[in-house]
Design a protein around this ligand. Structure first.
Ligand SMILES: N[C@@H](CCC(=O)N[C@@H](CS)C(=O)NCC(=O)O)C(=O)O
Length: 207
């Protein structure tokens, strides 16, 4: 398999899952600002988005929900995702969809507020809107992690892989997790995970 990624992007959750699952995979760094492997990425994915996974049969898989599910199913003993038919599998997928849609889209718009409007007053309103929205959504993580080590319990799953990424950027956008002590402690547990540290350290051929 080949996996196209860029650092500090939503491809990090897949890098964490590849580490957790112990899968053999060629990692190909891309960068739009450095024009690194963009033409190659586009030849597999016309939207030239990361993550993009190319399977050994040459077929291409995009979108984090599908890629993370696929990677986890390649490693059924990893605990990353319960088997098809098990009730808890759908709870993991619910957490994953929540992180990819409710959290990631909110934080993406918050960070891109300067592209939405040149008015600084309007940018402050946009930031306030998304901060309030994300704080409301964060209550789901806050409640679960009051008693659970990871969002599903003792097992680290593909939902945690993605939540590491969204929480990392939400923390910056909303100015910290002071109002969310359980989330803050959970985020520290994620940071302590060797797979998260290894995936975050992958910098491709960047000097
Ligand atoms: N919904 C997609 C989001 C993928 C995405 O937004 N990737 C961004 C990086 S975080 C990207 O490649 N942006 C470059 C572009 O759109 O030109 C997923 O979950 O995989």
């Amino acid at each position: 398999m080949k996996y196209f990624y860029s650092t500090e992007s939503s491809s990090v959750p897949d890098l964490i899952a590849i580490e957790e699952a112990g899968l053999a995979c060629e990692l190909i760094e891309t960068s739009k600002s450095r024009n690194l492997n963009i033409d190659l990425l586009e030849s597999f994915n016309p939207m030239s988005q990361v993550g993009t996974l190319v399977l050994d049969d040459g077929s291409v898989l995009t979108q984090n929900i599908a890629i993370l599910t696929y990677l986890a199913d390649l490693a059924p003993g990893s605990g990353l995702l319960p088997a098809p038919g098990e009730r808890s599998r759908y709870d993991v997928l619910s957490w994953l969809a929540y992180s990819v849609s409710d959290l990631q889209k909110g934080l993406g718009m918050g960070f891109r507020r300067k592209e939405l409007t040149s008015s600084e007053a309007a940018q402050a309103e946009v930031l306030d809107f998304f901060t309030k929205m994300l704080e409301r959504f964060l209550m789901r993580v806050e409640r679960s992690t009051e008693t659970l080590r990871y969002v599903m319990g003792e097992d680290f799953t593909i939902a945690d892989c993605h939540l590491y990424f969204t929480l990392k950027f939400i923390k910056v956008l909303i100015g910290g997790f002071d109002k969310f002590p359980n989330t803050a402690a959970y985020f520290e547990r994620l940071l302590g995970r060797p797979s998260v540290q290894r995936a975050s350290a992958i910098k491709g051929d960047r000097p």
